[in-house]
Design a protein around this ligand. Structure first.
Ligand SMILES: [Fe+2]
Length: 217
């Protein structure tokens, strides 16, 4: 199935403009996805869901460019779902409780999220994950998704400059202006909460050591 957005290209305005979202989606999700399709066509990996393909390629395939494209496509798909029109604000329910169990207070978690984003220089992905029974922040370099490091993802913020340059150019600190817009009006905590509920209710996801689980036999 070809990549798609879970909302219209104008749905995240004004925090993310239609122009920025169209370029981001086409150049950093759709095009890598097409390269992945071409790369696995006719092989035993054809038809694999992206997350499974990433784990297979990371474990046994020397073609790093194909792996990076698969990671880019999968991470961007997760990112689009990590935002929604009218998002932001505070997590609720099970996710709120898990954050309080892990960080003491939700505001402490938000502070760590901002501080981690500020420390990440150049490029990367800031993931909110579930690992070893607690909420964690996972600063992914390059594409490098948490699923190959035993973390189950709940939410992600794309911190590559291509994600915010067009809309936040001219801001005193354009990265942090974008991070604050994500937290105040974009973050889809309902999506993150649904991921967490699926994890805690699923016996197959109970063990977080995915690298171990997917090591080739
Ligand atoms: Fe991106």
């Amino acid at each position: 199935m070809r990549p798609d957005l879970p909302y219209d290209f104008t749905a995240l305005e004004p925090a993310i403009s239609r122009e920025a979202l169209e370029i981001h989606f086409r150049s950093y999700h759709s095009e890598p996805y097409e390269r992945v399709l071409a790369g696995v066509r006719g092989s035993a990996l054809q038809g694999y869901p992206l997350a499974r393909l990433i784990r297979e390629l990371a474990a046994r395939n020397p073609d790093r460019s194909l792996l990076r494209d698969a990671e880019r496509a999968w991470s961007h798909e997760f990112f689009w779902n990590s935002m929604r029109p009218g998002g932001g604000g505070r997590p609720a329910g099970l996710l709120e409780q898990a954050i309080e169990d892990s960080y003491g207070r939700v505001d402490t978690f938000f502070g760590r999220f901002r501080a981690t984003a500020r420390r990440m220089s150049g490029s990367g992905w800031l993931w909110v994950t579930w690992c070893a029974g607690r909420i964690r922040l996972f600063a992914g370099t390059d594409s490098d998704p948490p699923i190959v490091h035993g973390h189950a993802p709940l939410l992600v913020l794309d911190l590559w400059e291509h994600a915010y340059y067009l809309d936040y150019y001219g801001a005193r600190d354009m990265k942090m202006a974008y991070v604050d817009a994500f937290l105040s009006s974009l973050a889809n905590w309902d999506f993150a909460g649904s991921q967490l509920r699926r994890l805690v209710e699923s016996t197959t996801w109970a063990a977080p050591d995915l690298q171990q689980a997917h090591r080739p036999s």
